[in-house]
Design a protein around this ligand. Structure first.
Ligand SMILES: Nc1ncnc2c1ncn2[C@@H]1O[C@H](COP(=O)(O)OP(=O)(O)OP(=O)(O)O)[C@@H](O)[C@H]1O
Ligand SMILES: [Mg+2]
Length: 588
């Protein structure tokens, strides 16, 4: 009988935490060679289910079968012995170790009693090259981009001979290009017969990358669908249980005077290498200024300078007339600047502290929360309960530790805390990282509300869709410099993409030239039939043109349509050659 092989069968899995049924009678099957997405709201129980499969948590009830055989996963090593590998939502690499050291950790090749690092390096490099990971076994983790670190995590699982790979939100922190690379890697792996479970909130990606999708809602499985039989709107509705407005609605709003001036800021990174090379721009009251760019071009360091976490080596930052560059972080906060940090574990939360303690971090001295040395706990807890309600943070109560919230709910807690401080300037770095579509909808709305109340928002995001949908003006950062600032109504994904790659508008116009070839083949042919050289060039141009069109059309058209429908009061001119709204940022 021709039967589809299930490499994993999870039957009626129930996992309970104090006050929460994280998984309730969940059934889940993984077929050999498929990419199967687990989809669900923040706190739905996806990570928990996978932690059960990986032997990190013991289920209260239910059974797991691997290749048809009942398996007990009492620890990750038993899961690994069953051919399961997991890349976690928050990476678990030793930062000052090399790639090879991290990968072989706990499973080192030995020469007698000693670890054979030469062999380890060779094996790791061979594996990396085999999957075309473009990674050097000797590189130190802390000097690598997040995308590269993730490849190291995948390699680590492959080194342990994983046949079943669990990836928990692998794309939340990746750039679009890295996501494309990952998609290729995953397909190569399934072509080899490996099977992949992918957790992601990005619906577009699900449609492109996956074979099937299982939806989990509030701890229960809602069902499994074939990707080909569904679409983005249906998936959103299945996971949230209601229709989600995937489109940002934003009325025109006039800005009022400048609040933040960044003037020729320079700074060096951890290794003393210059990373900011003269950054200048300003942010107005009543506007969302979006900073777009590929990760690693200075965004992180710029935000650190603005929030007093890093010293500028040159230049100034002014908040109204106050010089922020001379202040400590605590003083900057006091002056009305809030910050949603990009790394929620490093800067955003103290994981061992309760939710209510985390809620008042940085503002515990306010009269509202304390009197002298005495904390006003009833008020603090009430404030936290309100925050939990407003931002729909899924938790049994305000007493649990921040570390036991799901990843997305940790993010909601930080975003909620910072927005609720009622800042004059909100610096929002990757504010919706790891959030489900419903939560993104809400945070977007709150950011727009801030701007409508004449507060200023500096949005730093790797998500172009987000920058385009929310911003009033957009600056592009590349190699520590601002390459251009444009009015959002003049911006398109393509224009930004060119600048983000370090290109200029002249480059883009050259590329545009290909489009003007539309009628060229006919003209050339009728003019001179024997002109093969010309014909070939034209054919080549046609091909390039088609591929460029194919590449940009889907995404661009989609985003553009959404924006056109939605940014009411704003006519999208959208002519690619129209660069009138763009000005180069002059030296200060
Ligand atoms: N170690 C823990 N201790 C207590 N509660 C936990 C723990 N881990 C998870 N939970 C709770 O279990 C529920 C499911 O969390 P889980 O992390 O599985 O969600 P998720 O679907 O992965 O969400 P996200 O998309 O935000 O990552 C949440 O209510 C969470 O607070
Ligand atoms: Mg999770």
């Amino acid at each position: 009988m021709d039967k589809i092989t299930n490499v994993v069968e999870m039957k009626k899995i129930t996992k309970i935490f104090p006050g929460v049924i994280a998984n309730e009678d969940v059934d889940f099957n993984l077929r050999k060679g498929e990419i199967h997405v687990l989809l669900g709201e923040n706190g739905a129980g996806k990570t928990t289910l996978m932690n059960v499969l990986y032997g990190l948590y013991k289920q209260e009830s239910g059974e797991i079968f691997i290749n048809g055989k009942l398996a007990e996963m009492r620890s990750p090593s038993e899961a690994i012995a069953n051919g399961i590998g997991m890349v976690h939502q928050h990476f678990m690499l030793v930062q000052n170790f090399t790639v090879a050291e991290n990968i072989v950790l706990g499973d080192e090749p030995k020469k007698g009693l000693k670890v054979d690092y030469k062999k380890a390096r060779e094996k790791v490099q061979e594996l990396a090259d085999r999957y075309d990971f473009k990674i050097n076994a000797d590189d130190i983790i802390e000097e690598m981009t997040v995308g590269q670190q993730q490849k190291v995590e995948i390699l680590k699982a492959l080194y342990r001979k994983a046949e079943i790979l669990i990836l928990d939100e692998p794309t939340a922190v990746l750039t679009p290009q890295e996501i494309d690379e990952l998609a290729v890697i995953l397909r190569n792996l399934t072509d080899e017969g490996k099977s992949i479970i992918l957790i992601t909130h990005k619906l577009k990606e699900i449609m492109i990358m996956s074979d099937r999708v299982t939806i989990i809602r509030r701890g229960k499985s809602v069902g499994t669908v074939e990707t080909l039989d569904t679409d983005i709107d249906k998936l959103a509705e299945l996971m949230v249980g209601r229709k989600v407005n995937l489109v940002v609605s934003k009325e025109a709003h006039e800005s009022k005077g400048t609040i933040l001036k960044v003037q020729g800021v320079e700074a060096v990174d951890m290794r003393g290498v210059q990373i900011l090379k003269g950054i200048s721009f300003d942010v107005k009251r009543g506007e969302i200024f979006g900073l777009a760019g590929v990760d690693g071009n200075g965004q992180t360091e710029l935000v650190e300078v603005l929030t007093g976490l890093r010293k500028a080596t040159k230049g100034k930052v002014l908040l109204d007339e106050l010089e922020l560059t001379k202040m400590k972080t605590s003083e900057i906060i006091e002056k009305g600047v809030s910050h949603i940090p990009e790394d929620r574990h490093k800067r955003g939360l103290i994981l061992d502290f309760s939710l209510y303690e985390n809620t008042i971090l940085g503002q515990h001295k306010k009269d509202k929360f304390s009197k002298g040395q005495v904390m006003k706990y009833p008020e603090i807890r009430k404030y936290t309960r309100d925050l939990i309600k407003d931002f729909d943070i899924r938790t049994p109560n305000e007493l649990i530790s921040a570390g036991s919230l799901s990843g997305g709910n940790q993010q909601k807690l930080i975003a909620g805390r910072e927005i609720s401080k009622n800042p004059d300037l909100l610096i929002a770095a990757q504010p919706t990282r790891g959030l489900d579509v419903g939560a993104i909808e809400y945070i977007h709305k709150r950011l727009i509300d801030e701007r409508n109340r004449d507060k200023a928002v500096l949005l730093v995001s790797l998500e172009l869709d987000e920058v385009l949908a929310l911003s009033d003006r957009i600056g592009v950062i590349y190699d520590g410099k601002i390459l251009g600032i444009m009015d959002a109504k003049d911006a398109t994904e393509r224009k930004l993409g060119v600048l983000m790659a370090g290109g200029s508008f002249e480059d883009m116009e050259k590329e545009e030239g290909l489009y003007d070839y539309e009628d060229a083949p006919l003209n050339i042919k009728s003019g001179n039939d024997s002109n093969h050289e010309n014909e070939i060039t034209t054919e080549a141009a046609k091909e390039t043109k088609t591929s460029i069109k194919e590449n940009i059309s889907k995404e661009d058209v989609e985003t553009e349509n959404i924006r056109k429908q939605d940014v009411s009061g704003k006519q999208d001119t959208n002519s690619v050659n129209d660069t009138s709204g763009i000005k180069d940022e002059g030296e200060v």
